[in-house]
Design a binder for this molecule. Structure first.
Ligand code: P6P
Length: 336
């Protein structure tokens, strides 16, 4: 593929489309780009370096923190605090939000929420993982300390969101509300190159992604939809196929390119679902809608309209090709 444009050039070019752009959002992307390269480097030698496995501690979710979780969290935190445009950070790996309250960042206009390494338990078995990030303008007065309200904003207030997928190649996919654009990392040059401009969900698809090991715990509407996907229909000869990696970024990325639906429902095991609203579902829902897809937490419950109540709250999550999500919604309405 011919290298036409780097991530940096693309951001500056797009920035000129925002009359009031002051380069601060571009600066945030520069931080994310830098930290992603460092995480890429560690992941790509995970088998060799002492970077796999647990650190023997748990995060607030009660999940074993992987060494890479801690490494990545520190890299993103340091990079985002270095430019004076971000006044605070919330992270899956931090119990509470982090103030960037040195003199440099108190005037920062933005807050960032991040899952530094999503799916990190897959690292030891060489399965792709990802970083997910979400950016908001702060609500609290500039110059003062960041407050919890800065982080508890609905997803429809995001100014940017994206993910990095550390897979067969490392890609950064993001949106600032003008479409979704994908950049592939060239380690030999140390740059992200535009490879997937204007990514859009196929309106329909044949891939459904769900952990069917939890089937017996699902509510009826979800069970009925899964059965619908599995039953051959002589009239339509629906060729559905099940693909589930167990890494949200990877399942999302595949479905975005090929068409499909990802489901993480609530269940008797996970009464509120498993995925976190603020730094997993909201950024992925923002991208999905920007790519012409759809993301709901339940019947007529648009993820981006949910008003958060706590930093690490979980929600059910259904995201993907618009026709497939609409079909699922009909099952949820009819059977739940
Ligand atoms: P389960 C990874 O732990 C994660 O947070 C997401 O990346 C992934 O989609 C989901 O959990 C997998 O959960 O319960 O199917 O293993």
């Amino acid at each position: 593929m011919e290298i036409t444009k780097t991530l940096g050039e693309f951001i500056i070019e797009k920035q000129s489309e925002y009359p009031d752009a002051t380069g601060e959002l571009s600066s945030i992307f520069a931080s994310i780009r830098l930290a992603s390269k460092l995480v890429h480097r560690e992941i790509n030698k995970a088998g060799l370096a002492d970077i796999t496995g647990g650190v023997g501690s748990e995060n607030i979710q009660g999940e074993q923190q992987q060494k890479l979780d801690v490494y990545a969290n520190e890299r993103f935190k340091t990079a985002l605090a270095a430019r004076g445009v971000v006044c605070g950070l919330a992270s899956e790996e931090e119990d509470s939000y982090v103030h960037f309250d040195d003199g440099l960042n108190l005037n920062g206009k933005y807050v960032v929420l991040i899952d530094p390494v999503d799916g990190s338990s897959n690292i030891d078995v060489n399965v792709s993982v990802g970083t997910i990030f979400s950016v908001y303008r702060r609500l609290s007065p500039i110059g003062g300390p960041v407050t919890e309200e800065d982080f508890l904003q609905p997803g429809n207030a995001q100014v940017a969101a994206g993910y990095v997928i550390y897979g067969s190649s490392t890609m950064l996919v993001y949106s600032t509300g003008n479409g979704v654009h994908g950049f592939t990392y060239d380690p030999s040059l140390g740059i992200f190159c535009l490879s997937h401009p204007d990514m859009t969900y196929p309106e329909d698809g044949v891939i459904y992604s769900v952990n069917e090991g939890n089937y017996v715990h699902f509510h009826d509407g979800v069970k009925q939809y899964i059965k619908y996907c599995q039953v051959e229909d002589q009239r339509t000869n629906r060729p559905y196929t099940s693909r589930y990696i167990g890494s949200l970024v990877s399942d999302f990325h595949r479905n975005l390119i090929k068409g499909g639906i990802f489901l993480y429902p609530s269940s008797s095991l996970h009464p509120s679902g498993k995925l976190r609203l603020l730094y997993e579902c909201n950024p992925m829902a923002f991208l999905a809608e920007q790519a012409g897809g759809k993301a709901i937490a339940g019947v007529s419950e648009r993820v981006l309209d949910i008003n958060p109540t706590e930093l690490h709250q979980r929600v059910p999550f259904f995201v993907g090709s618009v026709n497939m999500v609409n079909k699922l919604e009909r099952f949820l309405r009819e059977f739940s």
